[in-house]
Design a binder for this molecule. Structure first.
Ligand SMILES: [Zn+2]
Length: 428
């Protein structure tokens, strides 16, 4: 006897990338439709689900939007407890808030407690997958992957590597970064739903020797991911220029050390040079837009429409705790506002795609998560489109389905998350 569930409601489906293909063919909402889940996976969608799901246990989400679970493509789970800390820009933010907190993750008990709390917060917000930085401590990686395994969540993570410009107690070496990362990826990569990302924090906190060692490790394990930061703030770019006088630009500090690749994830990427954009497009590397962080830390306005519509692969993220919310709905709202400041209105369909299929593509997991289609994992977020009095009165005036969804993207938060499914099971 298999577990079979028929979820009825409006269903969000994708048939392409809405930044480069016509919106109405790339993204659709099947109104008053259904999703059939059998065992851990999506078995059928739409009329096929209704036809095949007569015997399945029904879950009635009438009027709600059944979405793929949100995918946060760049976050720092060790910063959970310092989210919304006041008044600093990037370098001061790291020194004042981040590094003292990350120091605590050498304690496996503290790391485990934070990892558990963090993943519960993600699920509360409808996020079923994340790519997270850990700290330099291998214990911090074990903690997150263990907590993810308990919840059956598809998580990408890696030990953050830093061997300069970080305080005592938060520095490794080129050799220990290589050795620890290698041991962790051999332990976790492909274990259940865990995937490993080799994780140099960013060029300023690694020596050239360390970047080269991590580049060599990636070449030895090309099926792993690599995550880092790129061109977040203008001051940071100046700093990188001083530290790497031979590099053509910021991206080149990675490229010269074997850390530019299709499976690379480059967070922020706000102040890019034309060469960097061309190179990222050519390689098929993934950029990760972190809008609430970019406004909160004052980093700048990511050029979403130029990049995503220009065939540069792009995902969406919270970048907590530099980001100001665990919610991908808040990230979608901030992405909309930043694009408005750059003169373009992003469609609700594009925002939802970025937070799900777009992020899945940069994580190279689009065959598993990020869409509602037969064969993909049963990772779903059910959105109540009238979750608060303010949204309800606006929703009542909606003229079509997209007009009824958009207020929740702009005004919604964890109260809009009516239910979450992970690996074909409803979160209890
Ligand atoms: Zn970050």
């Amino acid at each position: 006897m298999t577990d079979a569930y028929l979820l009825t409601g409006h269903v969000l489906t994708f048939d392409g990338d809405p930044f480069v293909e016509p919106l109405d063919t790339a993204v659709q909402i099947l109104e008053n439709s259904a999703v059939l889940i059998e065992d851990a996976a999506i078995a059928a969608v739409g009329n096929a689900a209704l036809a095949q799901g007569a015997q399945a246990t029904r879950h009635d989400y009438t009027g709600h939007l059944i979405c793929p679970g949100f995918i946060d493509a760049h976050a720092h789970y060790p910063q959970t407890a310092i989210i919304a800390s006041w008044g600093k820009r990037l370098i001061d933010w790291l020194n004042t808030y981040t590094f003292p907190e990350e120091m605590r993750f050498g304690d496996p008990v503290y790391a485990q407690a934070t990892a558990e709390r963090y993943l519960d917060l993600l699920l509360d917000h409808g996020t079923t997958s994340v790519a997270s930085f850990c700290t330099i401590h291998p214990e911090s990686v074990d903690a997150l992957f263990n907590a993810a395994a308990t919840r059956n969540m598809a998580v990408v993570a890696g030990k953050t590597c830093m061997d300069r410009n970080a305080p005592d107690g938060l520095r490794d070496t080129a050799k220990s970064a290589y050795d620890d990362s290698k041991a962790l990826l051999e332990k976790w990569h492909g274990q259940g739903r865990a995937r490993y990302a080799i994780t140099p924090r960013f060029s300023p906190t690694s020596t050239e020797d360390q970047l080269a060692a991590l580049g060599a490790l990636w070449a030895e394990h090309p099926d792993t991911l690599m995550q880092t930061h790129l061109s977040e703030q203008v001051d940071e770019i100046e700093w990188v220029r001083g530290l790497y006088p031979q590099a053509r630009d910021y991206l080149d500090t990675y490229e010269q050390h074997g850390l530019l690749g299709e499976r690379g994830l480059y967070g922020h990427a706000i102040h890019l040079e034309p060469r960097e954009i061309d190179r990222l497009r050519e390689i098929g590397a993934g950029l990760v837009h972190c809008p609430t962080s970019n406004t909160f830390i004052g980093s700048g306005l990511f050029d979403l429409m130029r990049l995503a519509a220009g065939n540069v692969r792009t995902g969406l993220a919270t970048d907590t705790g530099g980001g100001s919310s665990f919610s991908m709905l808040r990230s979608m709202a901030a992405a909309y506002e930043i694009a408005q400041l750059r003169g373009t209105a992003v469609h609700a369909a594009q925002l939802l795609w970025l937070a799900t299929a777009g992020s899945a593509r940069v994580l190279h997991r689009a065959d598993e998560i990020g869409s509602i289609a037969p064969g993909l994992a049963g990772d779903l977020c059910i959105l109540d489109l009238a979750s608060t009095p303010a949204i309800t009165q606006r929703h009542a005036r909606a003229e079509n389905i997209w007009d009824s969804v958009f207020p929740t993207l702009i005004m919604g938060d964890d109260r809009a998350v009516a239910d979450v499914w992970v690996g074909g099971q409803r979160r209890s």
